[in-house]
Design a protein around this ligand. Structure first.
Ligand SMILES: Nc1nc2c(c(=O)[nH]1)N[C@H]1C(S)=C(S)[C@@H](COP(=O)(O)OP(=O)(O)OC[C@H]3O[C@@H](n4cnc5c(=O)[nH]c(N)nc54)[C@H](O)[C@@H]3O)O[C@H]1N2
Ligand SMILES: Nc1nc2c(c(=O)[nH]1)N[C@H]1C(S)=C(S)[C@@H](COP(=O)(O)OP(=O)(O)OC[C@H]3O[C@@H](n4cnc5c(=O)[nH]c(N)nc54)[C@H](O)[C@@H]3O)O[C@H]1N2
Ligand SMILES: [Mo]
Length: 763
């Protein structure tokens, strides 16, 4: 037998689509209704309610959705979850499942013809499976055989650096710690993670300027601040509980400015579904000033604002900038000013696509308010100059002395629920030497020192056959990464690809010569080990570490926990050692190890007993920048995209019905787009100029370094977006994102500014 070709991409079928005007308000009763509908349909009323009411309560399960923090004190009686958290639960708690019988019936080729939405609907993976070389169907395999297979492949490599160990951000601290320990004992730092595609740019920018790659604010800071600037983020969909915090901030007197190429519903207005008033339809207006900035116009915008502030500062010295803070706590101020002064306000406004009036109004608001928080997410991190942009954000905070004090600071809003914790645990291709020293000392071995592959380098390494074993601790490497076709070729060159997963996705279908699916327990599942019912811990976006305890009966007795799977692979690779079994049997013992290795985790088990968790130390929050040093101003340039005639700058965004590559449904309710995701949102003037009508069928192409990439069958939708800019959904347009197009310094794929052309498909 031979392995037949597997389609690399999801089907590019044309569907009927329905469009309405974008919404002005997010959440409300509709959100509760949508949430309930989805959970009941997939998990049943009893199981679904059990999961939902446990969610984000003290001592309950951490929502597997986003990393937005829980309130330290009062939690809503109506439930501390949001519509999209409920959808994440519905995905996990579903009663449907698939195993060997199902895969006997359907080949990988047949499954690859289904949409991502259809794959997700199949339910949970319920037993370990293997796809043998030259076959087209997965078959059952025992856990022991699966572990042996991984161990044999790993041991057969000439160098440990020929293996790649990816992590997605749902993995608990305990599993992540064991995983990186195993990988380093095996002998490599090849630990790329989803963070490489996500907030890596924030980590790099903040480490260089403030000395810590994490944000500096706590949730309470939102209630003490005067002003919140939200850039490149769509919380109504991706961090819905942030809207509750913004509503509370406004009630305490804060002003909100939003910079986003599109007016996202949740940032404009909000009906709080966790409050009776919100359920009855009372709307809060969240954004006081909306700035429709052009894609990647943020540096120009921030520079324009700071230029206006500087002009005012000259008229009223010490009244606009916090000179005491600048003198005492920063360095590089004079260079920064010298670099800023020659810029021309009119030109900067043209570059960011805003009127001078609008920018002046924003600058006036910023000058009139003392304490400021700046929030951002993927709209800033996924550009070539993303690190620059975030350093420009830091510049503004430094000018105002708005960092290291209550009610002020930096707030990169993280994605996956434990992506920040995984990094803290050492999931990192370039860990600091101090971390490796400690790890080596505690476990008595010599950790590898060479920097490992990040996500993009991992793809290239597999493509160039420098790596031939891929292990994915969660995630969907096939679809989340850029340049889908190239990534598929890379994966197919591997001898073995292993996916530790909860649900079927395309990474299980486009595989190495041999492939394994190792099904694991999810966050909401009850995790029973030899020593009893186990809790795990996670770290949220604001550096709070807290416990998470699942309470649902697992869908199958064949599922293993992530720590148990790591222990199994470790023993099969490094040789049988009793401690791996002991660690997997009792997570308290893993936490005792973490306490010995990672600063801030002293007395971990004892402190985790506090239901609200505990804060990790944070130098920026404490006003101690760069060790004992000073925070740094940066000098960054305004990017120029040189768009040619007929070229547009494309951002790839999430719809309201997805969690990254998991597609919950085909509607993007807040944007008024229903029944299909193959759309391109375009300015009406641009449409007219290009001769497109609403729903004209088009293909989109990118041409980077003379390689043409094309996706077909997209429908044009008129949308309030700046001219020259277009928006599409991730992952449908990932085939257009060139693997070599990455952010400077952070190496994050440039998924938010891809130059594309759009042409009508005749037919
Ligand atoms: N329900 C749900 N929740 C999620 C996720 C999910 O898929 N579904 N994903 C999780 C993950 S991993 C992450 S990282 C976060 C992602 O959270 P977000 O970053 O909010 O997600 P995106 O959809 O990528 O949205 C980016 C936003 O930035 C804007 N934008 C794009 N380019 C620019 C620009 O150049 N400048 C400015 N100012 N704005 C720009 C877009 O219009 C959009 O509003 O959400 C997390 N939470
Ligand atoms: N074009 C474009 N590409 C992007 C982005 C973008 O904005 N635009 N965003 C990027 C960002 S911010 C991110 S974070 C990445 C996301 O990249 P990934 O984290 O790799 O992708 P996900 O879609 O979140 O992974 C979903 C899969 O994880 C598995 N899973 C779910 N829960 C668990 C669990 O508890 N344990 C285990 N072991 N497996 C689990 C399921 O099998 C599911 O199919 O994508 C990036 N890619
Ligand atoms: Mo992310």
């Amino acid at each position: 037998m031979t392995r037949l070709p597997v389609p690399f991409r999801a089907p590019e079928t044309v569907r009927e689509i329905k469009v309405t005007d974008p919404k002005q308000v997010a959440a409300g009763t509709k959100a509760i209704w949508e949430a309930g509908k989805m959970v009941k349909a997939t998990a049943g009323v009893v199981r679904g309610s059990k999961a939902l009411f446990n969610l984000n309560q003290k001592g309950g399960a951490d929502c597997p959705g986003c990393a937005w923090p829980d309130p330290d004190d009062d939690r809503s009686k109506l439930g501390e979850y949001c519509e999209n958290g409920a959808k994440a639960i519905a995905e996990e708690a579903t009663l449907k499942s698939i195993g060997a019988k199902f895969f006997k019936r359907y080949s990988i080729q047949e499954l690859a013809e289904r949409t991502d939405y259809e794959l997700g609907q199949l339910g949970r993976l319920k037993e370990p499976l293997v796809l043998q070389p030259d076959t087209n169907h997965y078959e059952a395999i025992s856990w022991d055989q699966a572990f042996q297979m991984v161990g044999e492949h790993l041991k057969a490599l000439e160098s440990p650096n020929e293996a790649i160990f990816y992590t997605s951000g749902r993995t608990s601290n305990e599993a992540a710690f064991l995983y990186q320990l195993f990988v380093r004992q095996f002998g490599t730092n090849n630990l790329p993670d989803c963070s490489n595609m996500c907030h890596e740019s924030s980590g790099v920018a903040l480490s260089e300027t403030l000395g810590i790659g994490k944000g500096s604010v706590k949730l309470e800071d939102f209630y003490e601040t005067d002003l919140i600037l939200i850039m490149g983020q769509n919380p109504g969909t991706n961090h819905p509980r942030m809207l509750t915090a913004l509503e509370k901030a406004k009630a305490s007197g804060a002003t909100i400015i939003t910079a986003n190429p599109i007016p996202e519903a949740g940032l404009i207005g909000f009906q709080n579904p966790q409050k009776i008033s919100g359920l009855l339809g009372a709307t809060s207006t969240l954004t006081d000033q909306y700035l429709p900035v052009k894609i990647n116009g943020d540096v120009a915008l921030l520079k324009a604002i700071m230029l206006i502030m500087w002009q005012e500062e000259q008229k009223n010295p010490g009244k606009v900038f916090d000179q005491a803070f600048i003198a005492g706590k920063t360095e590089g101020y004079q260079d920064f000013l010298n670099h800023l002064q020659p810029y021309d306000l009119g030109e900067l406004c043209r570059q960011c696509g805003l009127t001078e009036e609008a920018v002046k109004e924003a600058a006036r608001t910023i000058m009139a308010n003392q304490k400021m928080i700046i929030c951002w997410a993927m709209g800033l991190t996924q550009h070539e100059n993303a690190v620059d942009t975030i350093q420009e954000v830091v510049n503004l905070l430094l000018l105002k002395g708005s960092i290291g004090k209550p009610g002020a600071g930096s707030c990169p809003v993280r994605g996956h629920s434990n992506v920040q914790g995984d990094r803290t645990m050492g999931i990192w291709e370039k860990p600091p030497p101090s971390f490796l020293d400690k790890l080596g000392a505690v476990f008595d071995f010599k950790p590898p020192r060479a920097v490992g592959f990040n996500t993009v380098e991992a793809i290239t390494a597999m493509h160039e056959e420098k790596a031939s074993v891929f292990v994915g601790m969660g995630g969907n490497f096939h679809s989340a990464t850029p340049d889908t076709d190239y990534t598929c070729e890379a994966l197919q060159k591997c001898a073995l690809t292993v996916q530790v997963s909860t649900k079927l996705n395309r990474s299980h279908l486009v595989t190495g010569k041999t492939a394994l699916i190792l099904p694991c327990l999810a966050r909401t599942d009850k995790d029973l080990q030899a020593s009893g019912w186990q809790k795990v811990s996670v770290e949220n976006s604001m550096g709070v570490v807290h416990s998470s305890l699942g309470n649902l009966k697992p869908i199958s007795s064949q599922l293993k926990s992530e720590p148990a799977i790591v222990a199994g692979i470790a023993q099969a690779t490094l040789g049988p050692t009793p401690e791996w079994e002991e660690w997997a049997a009792d997570y308290d013992s893993i936490r005792d190890l973490i306490a010995q290795v990672i600063p801030g985790f002293e007395n971990f088990n004892k402190r985790l007993a506090n239901p609200a968790g505990f804060y990790l130390p944070n130098v920026a929050r404490e006003g101690q920048f760069l060790g004992q040093g000073k925070a740094r101003f940066s000098t960054v340039e305004v990017p120029d995209h040189h768009l040619k005639e007929g070229e547009y700058l494309m951002m790839t965004v999430r719809s309201h019905d997805q969690f990254n590559t998991t597609i919950y449904g085909l509607n993007d309710r807040y944007r008024g787009i229903y029944q299909d995701r193959r759309v391109i949102m375009m300015n009406e003037w641009d449409m007219e100029q290009a001769g497109f009508m609403p729903q004209t069928l088009v293909q989109i192409s990118s041409n980077y370094q003379n390689k043409l990439r094309v996706v077909k069958n997209f429908k044009v939708i008129p949308y309030p977006i700046p001219r020259g800019n277009v928006a599409t959904y991730f992952p449908e347009t990932n085939p257009l994102v060139p693997v070599a197009l990455i952010a400077r310094k952070s190496h994050t794929p440039v998924s938010k500014s891809v130059k594309v052309r759009v042409s009508q498909i005749q037919g």
